[in-house]
Design a protein around this ligand. Structure first.
Ligand code: NAD
Length: 265
C-alpha cells in the first residue's frame, strides 16, 4: 500500500486540476454509518431502504405529511450536529489549502467537509443543514425556519421567502432529480479535472457514478480510488488504481508524502 500512497502523492503534485469525489465511506470513521458497507444501514435493515425510496413521492403527494414524518423520529444517520470531521476530511481540507486539490464533489449530506475547512464543496445530494425551495432552488439555513413552531401553529410545510414555493430539505431523496445548479457544476468539474481522487463510495448510485465516467473520457485524466473494497469502477477498469484501506488512514499518509515532494504548485 505504501507504494501506491507515494504514487498517489506524485500524481497529485503533477496534476493541474485535481478534484475529489467522496461518499459515505469517508464519514464512517466519524461514526456515521454508510448504506452498503458491511455494517451499512441498508445491509442491516432492508426495510429502511424501502421507506427511503418512498420519501420523495410522499413529499410530492403531501408535503405537510412529509414534514410531520421528519419531525416524528430520529434521522437514519443519527444526530449529525454531534459528529466531528475525521482525519480523512481533514486531509482533503489540507490538500486544498496546499493548492493541490481544487474541489470536492460529495454525495454526503453531513456537512463534515465544510466543518473540516474545505472551501469548495459541491453537495451533490444536498446538505442536511440546508433547506431548499422545490420551485426556485433558493437555499436557506435550517435555522432560518422554526419547523417545530410551524408544526404547533399548523403551518407546515414551510414556504419560500422568495417565491412562496414549498420547501423541502436540501437532501436529495431517491428518485428526486439532482438540483440543476449542482448537477451542472459537478459535470463541469469532472470535465475539466486531470485527476480525480474517489474516496469511500461504492459508486453504484447514479447519476453521481457517471462523474468518473465523464472524467475518464479525457484519456489523460488519472482516476484513483481509496476504498475499503473494490467497486464497479475498479472492476470495469475505470479507476487506474485502488488504494484499498480506510480513508482516515490513507488520506493523511498521502498528505505527508505530498509535503515531502519538491514541486508543490
Ligand atoms: P455506500 O454506502 O454505497 O458505500 C460506501 C463505500 O465506502 C463502501 O464501498 C464501503 O466499503 C466503503 N467504506 C466504508 N468505510 C470506509 C472507510 N473508512 N474508508 C474507505 N472506504 C470505506 O455509500 P455511497 O456510495 O456514498 O452511496 C450512499 C448514498 O447515501 C449517497 O448518495 C449518500 O448521499 C448517502 N449517505 C450519506 C451519508 C453521509 O452523509 N455521511 C451516510 C450514508 C449514506
Amino acid at each position: 500500500m505504501n507504494e501506491l500512497i507515494k504514487r498517489a502523492a506524485e500524481d497529485l503534485v503533477k496534476s493541474k486540476y485535481a478534484i475529489s469525489l467522496t461518499g459515505a465511506g469517508i464519514s464512517t470513521e466519524s461514526g456515521i454509518p454508510d448504506f452498503r458497507g458491511p455494517s451499512g444501514i441498508w445491509t442491516k435493515n432492508p426495510d429502511a431502504e424501502r421507506k427511503a425510496y418512498e420519501r420523495y413521492d410522499r413529499f410530492k403527494r403531501n408535503p405537510k405529511e412529509y414534514w410531520e414524518e421528519r419531525l416524528s423520529g430520529p434521522s437514519l444517520l443519527g444526530d449529525l450536529e454531534k459528529v466531528l470531521p475525521n482525519a480523512g476530511h481533514d486531509a482533503l481540507a489540507e490538500l486544498e489549502s496546499l493548492g493541490v486539490l481544487k474541489c470536492i464533489v460529495t454525495q454526503n449530506i453531513d456537512n463534515l467537509h465544510q466543518r473540516a475547512g474545505s472551501k469548495k464543496v459541491l453537495d451533490y445530494h444536498g446538505n442536511a443543514f440546508i433547506l431548499r425551495c422545490f420551485s426556485c432552488n433558493a437555499r436557506y439555513d435550517l435555522k432560518e425556519f422554526d419547523i417545530e413552531e410551524l408544526r404547533r401553529a399548523d403551518q407546515l410545510p414551510p414556504v419560500c421567502k422568495e417565491c412562496g414555493g414549498v420547501i423541502k430539505s436540501d437532501v436529495v431523496h431517491f428518485n428526486e432529480p439532482i438540483p440543476s445548479d449542482v448537477a451542472g457544476k459537478s459535470v463541469e468539474e469532472a470535465e475539466i479535472c486531470d485527476l480525480m481522487l474517489i474516496c469511500g463510495t461504492s459508486a453504484v448510485v447514479f447519476p453521481f457514478a457517471n462523474l468518473p465516467r465523464i472524467a475518464k473520457v479525457r484519456s489523460r485524466t488519472v482516476l484513483i480510488e481509496i476504498n475499503a473494497e473494490p467497486t464497479p469502477l475498479t472492476e470495469e477498469g475505470i479507476s487506474e488504481y485502488l488504494i484499498q484501506g480506510k480513508t482516515g488512514h490513507v488520506l493523511p499518509n498521502i498528505v505527508e508524502e505530498v509535503k515531502k515532494l519538491p514541486s508543490l504548485p
